[in-house]
Design a protein around this ligand. Structure first.
Ligand code: HEM
Ligand code: NAG
Ligand code: NAG
Ligand code: NAG
Ligand code: NAG
Length: 521
């Protein structure tokens, strides 16, 4: 019964992998940012650093990223539904269980990656996926929505000197059977090794290397399994001189090698490891609900800014399309917020620039090689403003143009009272001076920014700060808007993202300012 259900679910998932199934209801800062981190190279360390299974600290970045994901998850208790992948590891680094330069190093890699809507736990999960493919392993689906812990979890990471019964119980608590334990340890110990400096009782003085690798190959593959079975293994947790710490040997041989023999086929290894690492990163507290898997979006609205400029509202928007090398034209359409200005079919504007960008390795594994960005800079009538917009995509091949309108719901601009003004915003040596525009007339307005800031190497967790904006005489009222400015000392290099908030005549408004606001967009 359980098996056939699993079969059905798997079938359904295969269908969803068809490009075009990803549903993106704009605006959605979570999906928007995750899509960038997973599928746009150089946008975030996640899609970039572990490429090519690059070496670091005498092991690989990927090995460090995969190990931290397991250790962070290992706080899960299936009986109470607590713990799991929740970035609590940031508070657990001083424990002997979590010794190793790779732990803090990984959190430092990711300091710039979380934003208000994407926590470090999601980033650690993306890092594990990236680590596996960076070393040639299978592509694992990603679901978002993990919630970061604010304190340490229990000390439940298994250690090599513990006996087999303790390990079976640890994995049961984490949600894995004894068989799955064998596989998951073999999958994890495909990468990296044991550090002499940190484990001198395991990698002893007579060993010539600083890191005793589990397998003779660097990549994510089943060499660790094959070498165990054929007796050539150098895995120090199998044949180290200290019998007490031969935990891999006890685990691997705990079912008379049946599971290890199953993993001797590269296809089974990839299949089983992909499934188990997916379950590992999806192990979260029972109060957390993850999204559907996030596949590359066919059509993604991005980099939208609406602000007053020279007698109209400037509206910057970009439509990103998965490239299929067509001679395509894209037109932006919009409708008024109040009154009548546009033709019945809507006001429209063609793209002023089209550029392309190669997709990330993970995207290419899903059949997506290039993204094309259609960029718009429309002048919106001030008096009638804008309520919603959509796009028409014409392939110029005789086929009916495609309407991209948020699944029929349109891309709705929910308000034009509080706007972020990228052109009046400026970067100075003293910091970033952000400018918000508030629509006249009003009798009272209070404007602030909620800013997500990156952690420090001493405290590798993200933080946040709220800053009040002031009326600024250097930006006199214009185009029916009044301008508010953040303090000069407003955090600059440490800013990860902002949401602007305002209370205008008792009404609350907010607007999300996407990450890395290049000032003067
Ligand atoms: C009984 C369970 C386990 C024990 C006792 C254990 C023990 C260890 C030890 C002692 C190290 C050396 C760490 C260092 O020197 O930095 C290590 C490394 C590693 N472990 Fe495990 N481990 C277990 C399970 C797992 C699992 C389930 C995974 C992931 C799926 C995993 C992934 C890794 C990776 C990738 C490394 C290499 C880290 C690097 O090279 O920087 N381990 N493990
Ligand atoms: C690797 O090990 C060597 C030999 O001990 C050491 O000198 C070197 O600093 C290590 N490299 C890194 C990147 O840690
Ligand atoms: C073997 O490892 C155990 C656990 O770390 C340690 O207590 C013991 O002293 C070690 N034995 C030797 C001979 O180093
Ligand atoms: C499991 O495999 C190892 C390595 O080949 C071997 O030493 C051991 O005897 C095997 N155990 C069983 C029960 O077959
Ligand atoms: C591309 O489409 C435009 C607009 O229809 C057309 O003017 C142009 O000739 C087409 N170019 C090619 C190479 O088909």
């Amino acid at each position: 019964m359980r098996y056939s259900l699993a079969g059905l679910v798997h079938l359904a998932c295969t269908c969803h992998l068809v490009i075009g199934a990803a549903v993106f209801n704009w605006p959605d800062p979570l999906i928007d940012n995750i899509d960038d981190q997973l599928y746009r190279p150089f946008f975030s360390p996640v899609s970039t650093f572990a490429l090519g299974c690059g070496q670091r600290d005498n092991t690989s970045i990927a090995a460090e990223w995969l190990r931290i994901a397991y250790h962070d998850m290992a706080t899960h208790d299936i009986d109470s539904g607590t713990g799991g992948l929740d970035a609590s590891i940031a508070y657990e680094l001083d424990r002997p269980q979590n010794i190793g330069v790779g732990m803090r190093g990984t959190l430092e890699d990711f300091l710039v990656s979380p934003i208000e809507h994407v926590g470090m736990a999601d980033v650690l999960a993306m890092g594990a996926i990236s680590a596996v493919i960076g070393c040639g392993g299978p592509a694992i689906p990603f679901r978002a929505g993990r919630i970061d812990a604010t304190e340490a979890g229990p000390e439940t990471v298994p250690e090599p000197q513990q006996d087999l019964a303790s390990h079976i119980e640890s994995f049961r608590r984490q949600g894995f059977s004894a068989t799955e334990m064998i596989s998951l340890v073999a999958c994890g110990h495909s990468l990296g090794g044991v550090r002499k400096a940190d484990f001198p009782l395991i990698v002893t003085e007579d060993e010539p290397t600083d890191v005793k690798t589990f397998a003779s190959t660097v990549g994510f593959d089943n060499t660790v399994v094959k070498e165990y079975l054929d007796g050539s293994t150098q895995n120090v947790l199998v044949m180290g001189s200290n019998v007490t710490t031969r935990s891999d040997l006890r685990i691997f041989s705990s079912d008379n090698n049946a599971t290890m023999q199953n993993l001797a086929s590269p296809d089974s290894f990839n299949q089983i490891c992909g499934d188990l690492i997916e379950r590992m990163i999806n192990t979260v507290p029972s109060t957390v609900t993850l999204t559907e898997p996030i596949e590359p979006l066919d059509f993604k609205v991005t980099d939208t800014f609406l602000f007053p400029q020279g007698g109209s509202l400037a509206f910057l928007a970009t439509l990103r399309i998965i490239d299929s090398a067509l001679n395509r034209t894209v037109t932006l359409f919009w409708k008024e917020r109040t009154g009548k200005f546009c033709p019945d079919a809507g006001c429209s504007s063609g793209s002023f620039q089209v550029d392309s960008e190669a997709a990330s390795l993970l995207a290419t594994l899903k059949g997506v090689n290039t993204f094309k960005f259609y960029r718009f800079n429309a002048a919106i009538d001030l008096a009638t403003s804008i309520s919603h917009f959509w796009f028409e995509v014409n392939n110029n091949d005789g086929s009916t143009p495609l309407i991209v309108d948020n699944q029929g719901k349109n891309f709705v601009i929910d308000q034009d009272v509080l706007l972020f003004d990228p052109r009046r915003t400026s970067a100075t040596i003293g910091g970033l001076i952000m400018v918000a525009a508030v629509k006249n007339p009003f009798s009272t307005a209070a404007v602030s920014a909620f800013t997500t800031i990156k952690g420090t190497t001493a405290v590798p967790v993200i933080g946040s700060v709220t800053t009040n904006f002031e009326l600024d005489s250097s930006h006199p009222p214009a185009d029916g808007y009044t301008f508010y400015t953040s303090p000069t000392s407003f955090l600059h290099l440490n800013r990860l993202s902002d949401t602007l908030h305002a209370t205008v005549d008792g009404e609350a408004y907010s607007v999300w300012v996407p990450t890395v606001v290049g000032t003067g967009v």
